[in-house]
Design a protein around this ligand. Structure first.
Ligand SMILES: Cc1cc2nc3c(=O)[nH]c(=O)nc-3n(C[C@H](O)[C@H](O)[C@H](O)COP(=O)(O)OP(=O)(O)OC[C@H]3O[C@@H](n4cnc5c(N)ncnc54)[C@H](O)[C@@H]3O)c2cc1C
Length: 504
């Protein structure tokens, strides 16, 4: 979107749910080159992602941060040597975008960094650098900036029907899922960037056809960060015979992410589930590497499940080795698809797609690129919000009460909530609590008073009627259960929904 507006184009984005509610809030949160793809000689994919990693670290320093990874080595010196050689290539491919050079760790050094790591057969390991992010916040930040530059960004608006003529799309018919209004979008070019929903959109255009996508499911667990050694992301090998790597990733609100699984998925893409097998697969892998940790279901604070938008490539062998490359292809004269790839490469994917559009629509292209303003905000909110911090400062100036935190146990202020509602498109409690903040992930026990007070704040900001507050809380409770399924909370299953009483 930002790239389109910078090129002087008028752009509109339609999203049927909340921004990033699909795969883009359900990733492993790594901004990385993808070291393991070197094993499959996907050098271009890795190089592109490493360049993008460097770019994102510079452009979004408040959301993309460097992170050290530890990759243990077992049994033979050859294993250590092959990892060392792969990392030499990884650092070289990054060129000037390298975060820090990798380093060999002796067995003692590794155990000092990772107390309690299993030492049977351990030969030491490698410490190397990539980066991590909050994927959902990165998405809303990018879209907020695009909107500030003139793009139109609509969440909760579904593309329902295409009207075609002479192999071109004339009109896209959409439904506003909040107001139930119908919206007709007339554009020169339509881009289908719907990830695992790509086939559903193509079906609306052409009817049932051969599937372009073949998603796999990836589940993650979140545990308190003090349950495993912190400071680094740690690679462990799965115990189930598939020899996949799983990772810990130190994240927000005192949580560490453990993941992920990678299994075939053939159901509807809207609500990928989490099963007991998924949970055991992850716990077993980390318990084998940290035998004293004895992680159990009781340690799990929350879970999430996402679908990898992998392309249907029949010649590929197993899910783990399937390509993370992306494809761009035309389906109609003015209808183009982009699918596959990784979150890390979203900017270069978008640019590449617009370059392809440009070659076909040169004659309609605007002459001028848009001037981007170079604001220079340096106040207290810069660290977490960069230039958009100025909006939060203005919200506090408007009402000093908004300086207060949302409740004693959370560091977020009311001003940040108002910022997310006014500038970053939060329309529901799930938007606010799961994708603009990561409160849902950390809220192991359902915090009814907090949820209610935020529903009231949202209703005031969005001008919603009284009944909306009750309705939102009921919807949010169902959403919260997705991240805290009953198999983690058998006592809650018995007690059912909390009561939604309004204190006003
Ligand atoms: C388990 C897992 C781990 C991953 N880990 C990483 C990682 O560590 N690093 C990394 O770089 N990448 C990672 N990825 C990949 C990355 O998350 C995805 O490549 C990326 O988020 C895909 O973005 P997208 O915009 O293509 O899809 P999505 O984020 O799914 O966006 C597509 C959107 O289209 C919307 N939509 C669908 N139908 C309609 C309609 N009819 N009308 C309007 N809107 C519609 C959906 O609601 C959805 O929000 C991971 C993915 C998974 C599943």
């Amino acid at each position: 979107m930002t790239n389109a507006t910078e090129r002087g184009l008028k752009a509109i984005l339609i999203e049927k749910n909340d921004f990033a509610s699909g795969t883009s809030s359900r990733s492993s949160k790594m901004i990385h080159g993808g070291l393991r793809y070197l094993r499959y000689l996907q050098v271009n994919l890795v190089r592109e992602a490493l360049m993008e990693r460097g770019h994102l670290l510079q452009a979004y320093p408040h959301l993309v941060k460097p992170l050290s990874f530890i990759l243990p080595s077992f049994n033979s010196d050859l294993d250590m040597l092959s990892k060392h050689l792969a990392l030499i290539a990884y650092d070289k491919l990054a060129g000037n975008a390298m975060v820090h050079p990798h380093k060999r760790l002796s067995t003692d050094e590794l155990l000092k960094e990772l107390p309690g790591f299993k030492n049977k057969g351990l030969k030491g390991g490698m410490l190397f650098w990539d980066a991590y992010t909050n994927d959902a916040r990165l998405t809303s930040d990018v879209l907020c900036n695009a909107a500030l530059q003139g793009a139109v960004t609509l969440n909760y608006v579904e593309a329902t029907k295409f009207i075609n003529e002479n192999n071109s799309v004339k009109v896209l018919v959409c439904k506003d899922l909040i107001s139930s209004e119908t919206i007709a979008v007339k554009a020169r070019v339509y881009i289908n960037a719907t990830g695992v929903w790509t086939d559903e959109i193509l079906e609306k255009l052409f009817g049932p056809a051969a599937k372009k996508m073949e998603p796999t499911k990836g589940v993650h667990l979140l545990i308190p960060s003090n349950r495993l050694p912190g400071g680094h992301a740690i690679a462990v090998v799965s115990t189930s015979g598939d020899k996949r790597f799983l990772y810990t990733l130190p994240w927000e609100n005192g949580l560490t992410i453990l993941g992920s699984t990678d299994s075939a998925y053939h159901k509807k893409p809207d609500e990928p589930d989490v099963t007991t097998d998924d949970i055991n697969y992850i716990l077993d892998a980390f318990n084998a590497s940290f035998p004293h940790a004895k992680l159990t279901v009781k340690d799990i604070v929350s879970v999430y499940s996402g679908l990898r938008p992998l392309l249907n490539e029949k010649d590929e062998k197993d899910n783990y080795s399937r390509s993370r490359e992306y494809r761009i292809w035309w389906s109609e004269n003015n209808f183009i698809n982009i699918a596959g790839g990784k979150l890390t490469s979203f900017l270069s994917m978008g640019k590449h797609c617009l370059d392809v559009v440009h070659t076909r629509f040169k004659h309609l292209w605007p002459d001028k690129t848009k001037e981007t303003s170079s604001a220079n905000y340096n106040g207290a909110w810069k660290e977490n919000y960069d230039q958009n911090g100025v909006f939060i400062e203005n919200i506090v100036a408007e009402n000093a009460l908004y300086k207060a935190t949302i409740s004693p146990e959370w560091k977020y202020t009311l001003a940040e909530m108002v910022f997310f509602i006014r500038y970053q498109f939060a329309e529901t409690l799930a938007d606010l609590l799961t994708r603009r903040t990561s409160i849902t992930y950390a809220m192991k026990d359902y915090n009814q008073p907090l949820v209610q007070s935020l529903a009231e704040l949202m209703a005031k900001e969005l001008g919603k009627p009284y009944g909306w507050i009750e309705e939102q809380q009921a919807k949010y409770y169902q959403h919260w259960l997705e991240y805290h399924p009953l198999l983690l909370h058998s006592t809650k299953a018995a007690s059912g929904n909390p009561e939604y009483s309004h204190a006003g």
